[in-house]
Ligand binder design. Structure first.
Ligand code: FAD
Length: 383
């Protein structure tokens, strides 16, 4: 009855399912255990009529033309250059730390000198990871590096990861570099914004195809069995392709132990005020237990709302307890080795594909995830 089964209706599953259904005419079953589609990009109106992102703020940003064009088939965009500020003392300073931030932190004479040195050392427009900046021989540059390390990275990283910046993967700290430019935008990609009517309608359009059937509130493990070299669907061998976007350890009852993740507790608050903080995102890099506050109306462009809704994010170590969601894979050699053990268990499964941030135990942005899903669908079509 089905040619392919896709597990998970996040961006990985939705993009892959749509391509297989539309371009290869495959009958695709999408199994999703939540009661909604969209995965972590899901957005919904709260009880006050304000569009919120239930699993944390999501902004689409990309320089990948093919991804932008593909997703633009399913949505129009509300474009904006996303800006983040950090609360340091009584100041709100632009993040990533850039030349504007430099001039807010130091007096003019010193800032001019430091700017000249930074441009000479790294070139105008460059993006320098904080750990690299700290290695610079020039004491003036090291002074800036120390300021940024202490005021932008140290406490924030401790909250987010439970570890110091030097203890986590450089890939992670490298995601928020120091910018040698006056660009206050958080991302420098050509395209950035959110779907004009929200992420969830974009997913509805993606999955709205005659060859796609979506089943919600269903854990794939209730209908699929993964044995050594066979996949059973409702008790019978399934010959088609299975694309799995869930957590890999869960598929095997975490028999080697859980893959470590950081999780987040989201505290939503509503205020009868026009604005709570006047910014879409304020990072708390030196104070508070939460990492950041997002004020949704500044992110989604929603007008004519009564009041405003914000969310505070409290990170913690994922334990696998009911209701917890694994958000960020903790990348290190030990965890990669554990992931490898689980991956090895899938080697004999025919036409079984691991796709997505959970199944691949990896961080992906929406655009990179879409690209990977499109590539997998192409590979399946050409096999
Ligand atoms: P998910 O969105 O997690 O989807 C996986 C789906 O599979 C889920 O719906 C899950 O319920 C389902 N599933 C899992 N197991 C099973 C099972 N056993 N049976 C059935 N269904 C199952 N990226 C950006 O580009 N911009 C941003 O601003 C941004 N902000 C982010 C903020 C936060 C707090 C986080 C954590 C991530 C952010 N990302 C952002 C990354 C973005 O969320 C991911 O790129 C994207 O969600 C990956 O999609 P996915 O389909 O792999 O995973």
């Amino acid at each position: 009855m089905y040619d392919c089964i896709v597990i998970g209706a996040g961006i990985a599953g939705a993009a892959c399912a749509r391509k297989l259904a539309e371009e290869a005419g495959k009958k695709v079953l999408v199994i999703e255990r939540r009661s909604h589609i969209g995965g972590n990009c899901y957005d919904v109106l709260d009880e006050y009529g304000i569009l919120i992102h239930e699993y944390g703020p999501h902004i689409f940003h990309t320089g990948l033309e093919e991804v932008y064009e593909y997703l633009s088939r399913f949505t129009e965009w509300y474009p904006f250059g996303h800006e983040v500020v950090a609360k340091v003392g009584d100041k709100l300073i632009p993040v990533p730390f850039n030349l504007n931030t430099l001039h807010m932190v130091y007096d003019k004479e010193k800032a001019d000198l430091l700017e000249k040195k930074l441009i000479e050392a790294y070139g105008e427009g460059s993006r320098v990871p904080i750990m690299k900046l700290r290695e610079n021989d020039d004491p003036d540059i090291r002074e800036i590096a120390q300021y940024v390390y202490e005021n932008v990275f140290l406490k924030y990283t401790m909250k987010q990861w439970g570890q110091k910046p030097e203890e986590i993967s450089p890939e992670v700290t490298g995601r928020v570099p120091v910018l040698i430019s006056y660009d206050n935008r958080y991302f420098q990609d050509k395209y950035q914004g959110v779907p004009k009517d929200g992420f969830t309608p974009m997913f509805e359009h993606m999955l709205d195809h005659e060859n796609i059937e979506v089943v919600l509130d269903t854990d794939c493990r209730d209908v699929l069995k993964f044995t050594g070299n066979e996949i059973l669907f409702e008790g019978k061998p399934f010959e088609g392709d299975v694309i799995y976007t869930g957590a890999l350890d869960e598929l095997f009852d975490c028999k080697f132990g859980r893959l470590p993740y950081r999780s987040l507790d989201f505290h939503f608050e509503h205020y009868d005020e026009e604005s709570y903080q006047g910014h879409s995102v304020v990072n708390y890099t030196v104070s508070e237990d939460y990492t950041r506050i997002t004020e949704f109306k500044f992110l989604t462009g929603q007008k004519n709302t009564d009041g405003t809704t914000i969310v505070k994010e409290y990170p913690f170590a994922y334990t696998g307890a009911a209701g917890e969601i694994p958000y960020y894979a903790i990348l290190n050699e030990e965890n990669q080795a554990l992931y490898g053990k689980y991956r090895a268990l899938t080697a004999g499964l025919p036409k079984f594909h691991l796709l997505g941030r959970l199944a691949e135990y990896k961080y992906y942005n929406i655009d990179a995830m879409t690209k990977k899903a499109m590539e997998l669908a192409d590979a399946i079509m050409n096999q």
